[in-house]
Design a protein around this ligand. Structure first.
Ligand code: CP3
Length: 350
């Protein structure tokens, strides 16, 4: 492995600088992505391993990040369970048959990872071959709570009223769904690791919609169940529970190697809450990439300073990169991490 910084940090081994990658790094802010996208729709791109591989590699070559993340989507699991998925320009993902009554839940299909999601596994194998160990490859899946939210709402939502109604009226039904999703996600991530993913990340993007007690009841146990099964493979696991900073201490106990920190949370506060149990990942404000470059440099340095001197930090944004982000600033951010982070690691050795 030519650049194994990410793997070394996940294993708490010494590194000479902080590794950096970007959530949603394979996407619309890159003109090279838009060029491919102009000729094909998003789901076809996900289902075509050659295209998924090409898109996965783009940010490695163009931005110089220290890891690749496989090009796919978290919603391939609900689709495999029988909910047709489409993406509409501007409004995002739409599931046309949202789960609304008990019958809808009963009709969900079991997921057979090899059969239903073989295209992702093939993309991972192909990407590993193309990468030739230049950087590690990250696999991913959505967390049960976030997937359930999309499945019940039928898409994205501002207030998540439908899934909250279900949570209050039929917690039993919701928990049945969460348990099924946890099984499917764990199988899926284990299969991704077998196909070549060297690290996996679980995205709980809507964790922040839950009250702290709800998070502990409807999200945390299912994350724990997945992590337990997946860490059995030996591959490091990153859990990104967006805006669930209230439960960092609890999250640090579920067996994950790395916890993602969103930009609404403070890295130093997160470190206090988790002690030295886990590596932290994050958390530059995605909009800092729109700042003047000298200001961006200050913001990068501030994240590195907050992460502290222990080499247990993976630089990332606090959520996904936004489509209008200037590519030059994204490259500058990566360069600043390369330039500024060695000082933080040297201090530790002195
Ligand atoms: O990180 C990466 O670059 C890997 C690829 C990746 C995509 N989606 C590609 C994508 C990853 C890791 C995801 C995860 C994902 N998908 C999440 C969790 C991460 C997060 O941001 O919270 C969520 C909530 C989804 C569901 C989803 N898929 C949304 C909300 C959208 C955006 C819709 C829109 O139009 O803004 C997508 C579509 C999507 N997923 C795109 C990409 C590159 C854009 C598709 C296009 O080209 O139109």
């Amino acid at each position: 492995m030519k650049n194994d910084l990410l793997l070394r940090v996940c294993r708490r081994q010494p590194v000479e600088r902080t590794p950096v990658w970007i959530m949603r790094q394979a996407g619309r802010y890159l003109p090279e992505y838009r060029q491919v996208r102009d000729k094909s729709d998003f789901l076809t791109m996900c289902r075509t391993p050659e295209i998924a591989t090409e898109i996965t590699l783009q940010p490695i070559d163009i931005i110089g990040v220290d890891a690749a993340i496989i090009f796919s989507d978290i919603l391939v699991i609900p689709e495999a369970m029988g909910l047709p998925l489409r993406f509409s320009e501007g409004t995002g993902p739409i599931l046309d048959k949202p789960l609304r009554n008990e019958k809808d839940f009963d009709e969900l299909l079991p997921v057979n990872v090899e059969e239903d999601l073989g295209f992702v596994l093939e993309a991972l194998r192909m990407t590993r071959r193309e990468l030739q160990d230049r950087v590690p490859l990250i696999g991913f899946a959505g967390a049960p709570w976030t997937l359930a939210a999309y499945m019940v709402e039928g898409g994205g939502s501002r207030n998540f009223i439908e899934i909250k109604k279900l949570l209050y009226a039929r917690p039993d039904l919701l928990k049945g769904l969460l348990a099924r999703l946890a099984d499917a996600v764990a199988d899926y991530l284990c299969a991704q690791i077998k196909a070549g993913a060297q690290v996996v990340q679980i995205f709980d993007s809507w964790a922040g919609m839950l009250t702290p007690p709800q998070f502990r009841e409807f999200a945390l146990p299912y994350l724990k169940q997945i992590v337990k099964k997946v860490t059995g493979t030996g591959a490091p696991v990153i859990v990104f529970a967006r805006d669930a900073g209230h439960s960092f201490a609890e999250l640090s106990e579920i067996g994950a190697d790395v916890l993602g920190v969103s930009w609404t949370e403070d890295l130093a506060v997160a470190r206090k809450a988790v002690g030295d149990k886990v590596v932290l990942q994050g958390n530059l404000d995605p909009c800092a990439l729109f700042a003047p470059v000298d200001r961006l440099k200050n913001e990068v340095e501030e994240v590195l300073a907050k992460a502290g001197q222990e080499p247990a930090h993976i630089f990332n944004l606090g959520h996904g990169i936004l489509p209008p982000t200037p590519v030059a600033h994204t490259q500058a951010m990566v360069d600043f991490v390369r330039e500024l982070s060695p000082a933080f690691h040297q201090k530790k050795e002195e």
